[in-house]
Design a protein around this ligand. Sequence first.
Ligand code: FDA
Length: 384
Amino acid sequence: MERYRTIILGAGAAGLMCAAHAGPDTLVLDHAKKPGEKIRISGGGRCNFTNLDVTPANFLSENKHFHKSALARYTQWDYIELVSRHGIAWHEKTLGQLFCDGKSTQIVEMLLAEMRAAGAELRLEVAITSVSHADGRFTVETDAGAFTAENLVLATGGKSIPKMGATGLAYDLARQFGHDIVTPRPALVPLTFGDHFAPISGVATPCRAFNERIAFAEALLFTHRGLSGPAVLQLSSYWREGEAITLDICPPGLLDTLKAQRQTQGRHALTTELSRHLPARLVEFLAPDLGLSGNLADQSDARLAEICAALAHWTLTPTGSEGYRTAEVTAGGVSTAGLSSQTMESAHLPGLYVIGEAVDVTGWLGGYNFQWAWASGVAAGRAI
Ligand code: FDA
């Protein structure tokens, strides 16, 4: 039996960050071939590693206060300093989102260097078979032998992208040690509509996607399977099966613009004139449902107002979501009710910590999920 002070399960964003702060005599175990695989594929290979504008409102959790403490004590500025210290060049893309200029593997290399400098050890391709606790120590049984430590950190993430090795291990172990689990669900995920939007697959347009809880003004993308793009991905985290969503795709000031066009371009087809403000394929797709026929001159003020209102209030009920197969994150997870917001330590079992996506804290699209992984990892690492 190999003895350590701390064992961290999961060499992803949160686990590696925690290892860099947990000090020597720390072992990180992962069943994957390589550490930080989600970091590698994130942000289209450039890792959107944080956001300039991190506020508690950018996160979902059953307890909307839980994440405040860790995020305040390890901020985006701390991470930017770390990245800059390692000579990793970065840029702001949009909406405060920071990406590497080069490859996201630079972030993985940086975390591995920090972890090694702190004296932590990493073992990959290790299958965890069971975890137990007795006499103040955790024992982790694996196909590479048994390991024991006084601290155990659950950092195996959520269920998103099972093809990459995501499992519900953190939930199972937390439950085993008396923690409640907020039902996990796919988040930041495309919503499906059968093949309804297949004819306009690939069309994108600015949009305000909303429900009674929240609204996101970002791009909308039609796909073969349904709706995607940042606006819908963001809204999906606040959507439940069976609920409707509403899209406002009406360009600002469209009614007045169409009235003005009617003076000069009245003999043009309504669809042609609308296509000056919305993608032509989308206008063609909507034409039968919205009754878009005739010339612009044929449309009364009331009729134009009706068309604009329909574009501003397009209510649709998704058949479902693409699920964990493509979801960027998993919402829900280990309930914050049983964890310390300062240290991420279990209130039920001293020495047990849960960090990262495994916790019921989910960020918006835009670097927020990594910032939570860094901040919660540091909170636990410093406490250990
Ligand atoms: P993470 O999933 O990173 O790590 C968990 C580790 O545990 C993995 O190494 C896994 O192999 C291991 N593991 C799982 N089960 C195990 C088991 N049973 N036994 C042993 N090991 C096990 N966020 C963001 O802020 N900016 C972005 O640009 C992106 N982009 C992005 C793209 C894509 C395609 C995805 C899927 C996700 C993102 N994200 C993101 C989200 C982000 O990747 C995610 O929130 C963090 O990686 C979560 O960090 P964790 O360390 O908690 O889990």
